[in-house]
Write a protein that binds this ligand. Structure first.
Ligand code: SF4
Length: 157
């Protein structure tokens, strides 16, 4: 299975707790004004990478605590990221997933979309909501605007 990505960051400290490997999924429908990653919007841009290749690269980074799925919109490729997330959880990594959707909307969608439910199930912390320029903040960890929430999904396991 392959994932279309805009790129990776191998030692981020701003995308969740601890030192993290970040995968920037390619493709985003939200078009938030002021978005810092407009190069991730085109769903046919970026590059296709095999999940095994990503997994091997993550495992080579001995200092990381967890893996963050960012974007772009990770839920556009929920099946591939859920599959990768399951492998990573078995290896002991925790998972942060960013999304421009609201958690409540993803829950509604997950009733008819097993791929979305599967990505929610492998996610430990969901950081949800679109980036809202008028609510831009530098004071909330891991978030760009004050509307975004850090939701602990471990309570739903
Ligand atoms: S959800 Fe994220 S990547 Fe997508 S437009 Fe909004 S800020 Fe940009």
């Amino acid at each position: 299975m392959k994932l279309r990505i805009a790129g990776v960051e191998k030692d981020s400290v701003v995308d969740g707790a601890g030192i993290r490997y970040v995968i920037f999924a390619q493709g985003c429908p939200h078009r938030c004004p002021g978005c810092h990653n407009p190069q991730t919007h085109d769903p046919s841009g970026g590059e296709l990478v095999a999940l095994d290749t990503l997994l091997a690269d993550i495992c080579r980074q001995k200092h990381i605590k967890g893996v963050t799925f960012s974007g772009g919109e990770p839920f556009l490729q929920a099946q591939a990221l859920a599959s990768l997330g399951r492998e990573l959880k078995h290896k002991g990594y925790d998972i942060v997933t960013y999304t421009g959707y609201l958690f409540e909307d993803l829950l509604d969608l997950s009733r008819s979309r097993p791929d979305i439910l599967a990505l929610l199930k492998v996610t430990d912390w969901l950081i949800d909501g679109p980036y809202i320029l008028e609510q831009k903040t530098f004071n909330l960890p891991y978030r760009g605007s004050a509307n975004q929430r850090v939701i602990d999904l471990r309570q739903f396991e």
